[in-house]
Structures are given as C-alpha cells and as structure tokens.
Design a protein around this ligand. Structure first.
Ligand SMILES: [Zn+2]
Length: 117
C-alpha cells in the first residue's frame, strides 16, 4: 500500500502498489497541470473523503480532474462514463518514489492520441 497526499494533507488516496510506469500527457489540461499519471482500477483505490476535492469537468465531459479544495493540488482523475475501469492518480503525490526506476511514458493527447515512445 502506498499513499498519495496533497500538500495540506486533506486529500489522501491509497493504492495497492507504487507505479512501475507513469504517463505524461501533452493535452490542454495535462500540460498545464504537470501531473504524472499512474493508472489503477477504481476498485483498488481507497478514495479521498467525500467533499475534500473539487472536480473540474469540461469539453466532452468524459473525465473529472480533482484538486484539493484547500491547497489546490491536483490529485487524480476519474472517468465519468462508467464504462472505463480506470482512473489515474497523480504520481507526484507519492512520497519517496524512486523515479530512476519508473518508466515515464509520453502520451500525445494533444494530437494523435497515442504514445510517442
Ligand atoms: Zn490539500
């Protein structure tokens, strides 16, 4: 088990294991957030206390990007269509990750919607 926490500690997500790879995306929101996304099944994630995050939804309304209501740190995104058994936690919020051992993949969400590596 490993925990992701926002800066003030109001938002905590617990996942079964540290990521072995993360995704950096260049789409309009991800490039602004600077997040490194680690993907998990929502059923394996202990979610934050209800109301501790504020969702941001736009465009085709497929995803909700959550940030801490207090410190503003982006913590995770969730699918809103219910069909996708995947969510993403901002891996920058895990303590003491060995980034040298984690593969960082680059996703071209801005254009081709495919991985660049
Ligand atoms: Zn916070």
């Amino acid at each position: 088990m490993i925990e992701a926490t926002c800066h003030c500690g109001s938002v905590r997500l617990t996942v079964p294991e540290a990521p072995v790879q993360v995704t950096e995306c260049n789409c309009s929101i991800c490039r602004r957030l600077g997040a490194r996304w680690a993907y998990y099944s929502p059923s394996n994630v202990r979610m934050p206390v209800a109301g501790s995050t504020q969702p941001y939804v736009w465009g085709d309304r497929m995803l909700a990007f959550h940030r801490c209501r207090s410190c503003g740190v982006t913590t995770h995104w969730q699918s809103l269509d219910g069909a996708q058994d995947r969510m993403a936690v901002n891996a920058r919020l895990f303590e003491d990750l060995n980034w040298d051992a984690i593969k960082v993949r680059h996703f071209d969400g801005a254009d081709t919607w495919s991985y660049l590596d």
